[in-house]
Ligand binder design. Structure first.
Ligand SMILES: NC(=O)c1ccc[n+]([C@@H]2O[C@H](COP(=O)([O-])OP(=O)(O)OC[C@H]3O[C@@H](n4cnc5c(N)ncnc54)[C@H](O)[C@@H]3O)[C@@H](O)[C@H]2O)c1
Length: 344
């Protein structure tokens, strides 16, 4: 298939593109390049790509593709809280517009990167895709709105699928340090401490970036009747863990590290345990990576590739990185590009 991947220069996109190519797809990227230079160590390179702001996409950009995988977004809660209106602008309005234009261009499949955080404060019960959606951040709310609006576009020729990913972990050449496991391992490598700021009790379902890539590849070719307009939780029950359990895996993976649960941020209302049986039953998808294996992988990659404090706290943490691009005049207040390279 000819596949357009938006956000291909992000954390997940950088892992997903080679998986799609290995499955025989012809991949083109589309990205504004906020994190294009945020690499840790060697990188094989991006596919051909459109250097375009999602908010400026036209129908001409989308002609000739069989499928769009839509990853581009302001993709975490702190970013959403910083500027909710920009989050809605990019994550909601530009995403729905992208789907409309894709349909107009004759694209037949539209895979959307949603999130398990649409369930919000769900507590200890396992939530299925039918559970009520109670987003508690602008980021999660933007994802719910896209699912609703894009579902309304579905017909025989346009098949949208919503992949509600658990929180990702694992190595990507375009690293993210602001997701829980990657953060805890990096901090432990740099300081010797596995530092948990919450009280450690919130549930966090986790999934490796490689497993997310496999799930998307599987959805590309699944029979339309099985997947059209459906949401799938992407992850595995084995990785439904509390933050304290995740931290214990990090202590195991980082030699000489010690656990410190400070509780200084108090209770975290974002807590949910997720049922992943639909993806297993309908798609035959089974996530492979456990959290201890991911912690060990991250320890190996961080140490081999020479992770530094500066990179960890700024280049690989989305909020300060984007703020830096604004302060340096690369991006304007609405995160539109002013100068040639958004990643300068
Ligand atoms: N990482 C996770 O834990 C996780 C979990 C669930 C869902 N998701 C979703 O998966 C998708 C990818 O996540 P990620 O972790 O790779 O995020 P990321 O922040 O690493 O990458 C997002 C990419 O989108 C691009 N982008 C942002 N705004 C754009 C715009 N206006 N025009 C063009 N490109 C733009 C960025 O440049 C970046 O390359 C997101 O939609 C995210 O919400 C991620």
């Amino acid at each position: 298939m000819r596949v357009l991947v938006t956000g291909h220069q992000g954390y997940l996109g950088t892992v997903m593109v080679p998986v799609l190519q290995a499955a025989g797809h012809r991949v083109t990227g589309l990205d504004i390049g906020y994190f294009a230079d945020c690499l840790l160590g060697e990188f094989a390179g991006d596919p051909e790509g459109l250097d375009v702001d999602l908010r400026e996409v036209t129908v001409e950009h989308l002609r000739g593709f069989d499928a769009v995988i839509h990853l581009a977004a302001l993709s975490n809660d702190p970013l959403g809280a910083l500027a909710p209106e920009i989050t809605y602008d990019i994550n909601h309005h530009a995403s729905v517009r992208l789907a409309r234009l894709a349909k107009e261009a004759g694209v037949s499949r539209f895979l959307y990167a949603s999130t398990c955080s649409v369930y919000g404060a769900a507590g200890a019960e396992l939530v299925t895709e039918d559970a009520p959606l109670r987003p508690i951040t602008p980021y999660a709310e933007s994802k719910v709105r896209v699912e609703d609006d894009v579902a309304a576009l579905a017909d025989d020729g346009f098949v949208p699928v919503f992949l509600r990913n658990a929180t990702a972990f694992g190595f990507s050449p375009r690293l993210r340090a602001d997701i829980v496991l990657n953060n805890l391992v990096g901090y432990a490598v740099l300081t010797g401490e596995v530092k948990v700021l919450s009280d450690g009790t919130p549930w966090r379902p986790l999934v490796h970036a490689q497993d997310i890539a496999t799930a998307f590849a599987t959805c590309l070719t699944a029979p339309a009747a099985d997947v059209s307009c459906r949401a799938f939780n992407i992850g595995t029950e084995v990785n439904n863990l509390t933050v304290a359990e995740i931290a214990a895996s990090v202590v195991e993976a980082v030699p000489g590290s010690r656990l410190l649960i400070t509780g200084e941020n108090g209770a975290d209302p974002r807590s949910y345990r997720v049922d992943f049986s639909s993806a297993r039953e309908v798609l035959g998808f089974e996530a492979q990576w456990t959290v201890p294996a991911g912690a060990a992988e991250l320890f190996t990659e961080y140490t081999a590739r020479g992770l530094t404090s500066d990179a960890f706290f700024r280049r690989f943490t989305r909020l300060p990185h984007l703020e830096g691009l604004r302060e340096n005049g690369v991006l304007d207040a609405r995160l539109r590009r002013i100068s040639a390279s958004a990643s300068a």
